[in-house]
Write a protein that binds this ligand. Structure first.
Ligand SMILES: Nc1ncnc2c1ncn2[C@@H]1O[C@H](COP(=O)(O)OP(=O)(O)OP(=O)(O)O)[C@@H](O)[C@H]1O
Length: 418
């Protein structure tokens, strides 16, 4: 037998555990779907339809609910001769301005009609908007425009103001655009300018995190399809649901955990997925998440992390932000890199805190010393040094910190024992 052998023991069909899998039904979202249905109903009644804004943390079912609703809407619309409905879906993941979103929409609309794409640069914003209005008008009827991950456009939100008003402002004659904006960034929603908020968020639907029971109910039909009979022990699905509920309340996280547990079981050539496999899978995913979080930091982020690692190696933690900033400046000096203000360094620290990499204490020493923050690593120093060592420009510094830590006997185990 070769190195790879087809698995016949654990997975019957791993597709239901894949990110792109579309489930037959959307579970545990009755209230949200009901609201959604009410918001879309005017399309079938040929009445003016409000724009819809869905928000909630990642993995809470905003996309799956939208796909489900639109597919029902399209099916129902076919039954009415006087309802002319089209839908267009753009993921704004890599689009950071209204201009880019407008180009993506034009090209998506053109693709559906086998027309040539337009270039992503070289037009004025108004020209791209005009092209968009032309394409929309050519379609006519109601066009539901889904803008997924819309928060990526940040403050450049002209399109969210222009598109909903295109008809009342006379830019389009025959088409009725309905925007469905989807976002997992609460700050984006709060920071929308009042004029945009008024139009985009006419109908808002919040998708709260799932609790353990809801996640269980989402996992069960997938688990049934994905694994051979008798492979899952009784506590596996509830445990995956509980872990994900405690952490993020994300269905995506719960599904990934179940898949990882299955894969670990498979790798061990074992026939049943057990509670222990789930715990190991959870450790594995957490480690990956931390590693990824650290690797994705910017050079400035790495420099701040490097400065903190230095204090950790010297056993000078928790360290005050002022002292940490001094160390950070010397790190930048050594790297021959530009440095940023103390305030920006604090922003980087707060991002790292959010990622679970460092811990922060707020100290209040009364009138004499005032309020200040103290920082220390929340993960093993060795792990941080491993990542720094694999980051270009930081190899030498990580070696120096490592030998300092060795001298102080502070290089405990890495993340695998964490
Ligand atoms: N209520 C549900 N019923 C069935 N499957 C669900 C449900 N909610 C989420 N899922 C599944 O969980 C995964 C993540 O869901 P989805 O992509 O809809 O989340 P999201 O809120 O759009 O996340 P993001 O903001 O990261 O895009 C998908 O595989 C989806 O099929």
């Amino acid at each position: 037998m070769g190195m790879f052998e087809r698995d016949r023991q654990v997975f019957a069909d791993a597709e239901p555990l894949d990110d792109s899998y579309e489930p037959e039904d959307v579970r545990e979202r009755d209230e949200e779907l009901e609201k959604y249905q009410r918001a879309l109903q005017p399309i079938i009644d040929n009445r003016p339809t409000s724009n819809i804004f869905l928000y909630g943390k990642t993995g809470t079912g905003k996309t799956v609910a939208t796909k489900y609703m639109l597919s029902h809407l399209e099916n129902s619309a076919v039954g009415y001769d006087d309802v002319d409905l089209s839908t267009v879906w753009v993921s704004c993941e890599n689009l950071s301005s209204s201009y880019q979103v407008a180009v993506a929409l034009v090209n998506e609309l053109r693709k559906n009609q086998n027309k040539d794409r337009i270039s992503t640069t070289g037009y004025s914003q108004q020209r791209v908007f005009d092209l968009l209005y032309e394409e929309l008008d050519a379609l006519g009827g109601t066009v539901v425009i889904v803008l997924d991950e819309i928060d990526n456009i940040g403050h450049s939100d002209d399109i969210l103001y222009g598109l909903p008003r295109a008809r009342s402002n006379g830019y389009v004659d025959t088409v009725r655009p309905v925007i469905v904006g989807i976002s997992n960034d609460f700050k984006f929603r709060d920071n929308l300018s009042p004029k945009v908020k008024d139009t985009l968020a006419e109908k808002e639907i919040l998708f709260p995190p799932y609790d353990a029971n809801q996640l269980r109910s989402i996992l069960e039909p997938r688990a049934e399809k994905a694994f051979h009979d008798g492979v899952l022990t009784d506590d596996v699905v509830p445990l995956c649901a509980a872990f994900a509920a405690q952490d993020t309340g994300s269905a995506r996280q719960a599904i990934r955990l179940l898949r990882e547990a299955g894969e670990l079981t498979q790798a061990k050539d074992s026939e049943t997925v057990t509670e222990e496999n789930v715990r190991d899978a959870q450790d594995e995913l957490e480690k990956n998440q931390l590693y990824q979080g650290m690797q994705e930091l910017t050079t400035q982020g790495h420099a701040v992390l490097c400065a903190l690692a230095y204090h950790q190696a010297l056993d000078e933690v928790p360290v005050r932000s002022r002292d940490l900033y001094e160390r950070y400046l010397t790190v930048c000096d050594r790297l021959d890199a530009d440095s940023v203000s103390e305030r920006r360094v604090r922003d980087h620290l707060s991002d790292m805190h959010m990622l679970g990499l460092i811990s922060v204490n707020e100290r209040n020493e009364g009138l004499s010393a005032g309020r200040y923050h103290e920082y220390e690593l929340d993960i093993p120093l060795k792990t941080v040094l491993d990542v720094l060592n694999s980051t270009s420009r930081f190899e030498e510094l990580s070696d120096i910190i490592k030998s300092t830590a060795d001298d102080n006997n502070l290089l405990q185990s890495g993340i695998s024992d964490y």
